[in-house]
Structures are given as C-alpha cells and as structure tokens.
Design a protein around this ligand. Structure first.
Ligand code: NDP
Length: 228
C-alpha cells in the first residue's frame, strides 16, 4: 500500500496486518507501524515506484492486495490555482495511483487473483469549492477503477474505490474547530470519521467476503455524500 506513515494509510496498514495480511507500506518521511515492511517511495517518481515493488517482492512476495492511498491537497480557488498546484495534486493522487496499479496488475493477472483499492474522497463526487485539482484527481480514480474492473475482471482481479468523508487526520487538522463543527452539522451521523472507519472498509474489500464486488464506489462518510 502507498502512504502508510500516518493518517488513514497508517490505520489501513495496522488493520490489514491485524487481519493476517503480510503488509508492506510506503513512506516518504516518518515511519510505518510495527509489523509492517516499510519502503521509502515517492509515487511521483517512476524509478522509486519500480524499486519499491522490487523491494516488497523480495521481502514478502508479489502484491495481491494493492491500496493506493497516498494523497495530497493544494487547496485554493480556481483563479489562484497555479499550474504547479494542479500538477502536483494530479501527479500524486491520480498518476501515482495509476503507476502503482499498472505495476501491481501484471503479477495479479499471472496469479489470477488481485484486489486493487483506491482511496478517493466524497469530494470526488460532490465537488468542493477551492479543491478543483483535488476533486478532479479523486473522481479520476473512479473512472480508473471502473475501467480496471472491466479490463481485469476475467482474470480474478477486482478494482474498487473507497470514498471517505471528513476523517480526523493531519489533512483535516488544518481546518480549525469552527469549520469542523460546521461540517459535522451536515453529516447525518453527526461526527467526523475515524481512521478505523476507513480501514475497516478496506479490510472488508481485501477479504474473501468481497470477492464478488468490483467497480464499486463505497462511501464511508457518515451519510455526507448521499445522493451523489
Ligand atoms: P495524510 O496527509 O495524513 O497522509 C497522506 C499520506 O500520503 C502520507 O503517508 C504521505 O506520506 C503520503 N504521500 C503523500 N504524497 C506522497 C507521494 N508523493 N509519494 C508517496 N506517498 C505520499 O492524509 P490522510 O491520511 O488524511 O489521507 C490519506 C488518503 O485519504 C489521501 O488520498 C486523501 O486524499 C484521502 N482522504 C482523506 C480524507 C480526510 O478527511 N482526511 C477524506 C477523504 C479522502 P509522507 O507523510 O511520508 O510524505
């Protein structure tokens, strides 16, 4: 999985390891949780992605479950959004996910088994003022997953999307207490999500119980995105 050093990714790595998976997670800064194989990798660098897969394959074998979680925001209104703001977000969230999925797919096809999970966002479906780049990257993951579901379904490989709402992590810590309260009021379940809410859904998608689910977008957002 990508981005296992903190936040949602860290929670997913821990949860998958607890469920009995052998887990490898990428990090750029920081470290990965205990019991997880850490590999340093920036998903925007093709050479680092290739090297990370080679490292993982020699440490624990081919990747059967891929979770593309690494993501960033560079929020600002359209008129102020620079090419760099756009490019960085697309390069990390969308191209990075494409790159790891492409690299993981070949051994999955060969082994006639694979689970690919993309971590999108409720914003990918609803849109969000100030997040044109981020929302485009996150809805792009839906088109990508559904295309992969069609391409790889006959080979036993599923591709699904998890669309979290607002989750308490570093990414949302910047929002401030008032804004968080305002968002919580719009969420039918009345609270922000926890890392474990998301990790539990990923664990399910990686499990045998989810073997007949592909091309799905699973909202884990307390009801925030209903109807989208
Ligand atoms: P954090 O900022 O806490 O963590 C992001 C993770 O992505 C870190 O592990 C970071 O690694 C990694 N990462 C970022 N850029 C790169 C890169 N170029 N190459 C490799 N790894 C990278 O974010 P969250 O845990 O909140 O978010 C995780 C995912 O969930 C993201 O895709 C985000 O868009 C999505 N999401 C989050 C929501 C939220 O409310 N928090 C809501 C909806 C979706 P490092 O720190 O080592 O650089």
């Amino acid at each position: 999985m990508t981005g296992g050093s903190k936040g949602i990714g860290q929670g997913i790595a821990v949860r998958l390891a607890q469920a009995g998976h052998r887990v490898a997670a990428t990090y750029r800064s920081g470290d990965v949780p205990q019991g997880v194989v850490g590999v340093q990798c920036d998903v925007t660098d093709p050479g680092q992605v290739e090297a990370a897969f080679a490292q993982v394959e020699s440490a624990i074998g081919t990747v059967e479950v891929l979770v593309a979680n690494a993501g960033i925001t560079r929020d600002t209104l359209l008129m102020r959004m620079s090419d760099e703001d756009w490019d960085q977000v697309i390069a990390t969230n969308l191209t990075g996910a494409f790159r790891v999925a492409r690299r993981a797919a070949r051994p999955m096809i060969r082994g006639r088994f694979g689970r690919i999970v993309f971590i999108s966002s409720v914003v990918g479906q609803m849109g969000s003022a100030g997040q044109v780049n981020y929302a485009a990257s996150k809805s792009g993951l839906v088109g990508m997953a559904r295309s992969l579901a069609r391409e790889l379904g006959s080979r036993g490989v599923t591709a699904n999307v998890v669309a979290p709402g607002f989750v308490e992590t570093d990414m949302t810590a910047e929002l401030g207490e008032d804004l968080v309260k305002k968002y919580a009021e719009q969420i039918p379940l009345g609270r922000l999500g926890s890392v474990d809410d998301i990790a539990g859904t990923v664990e399910f998608l990686a499990s045998d119980a989810a073997g007949y689910i592909t091309g799905a977008v699973i909202p884990v957002d307390g009801g925030l995105g209903m109807g989208h």
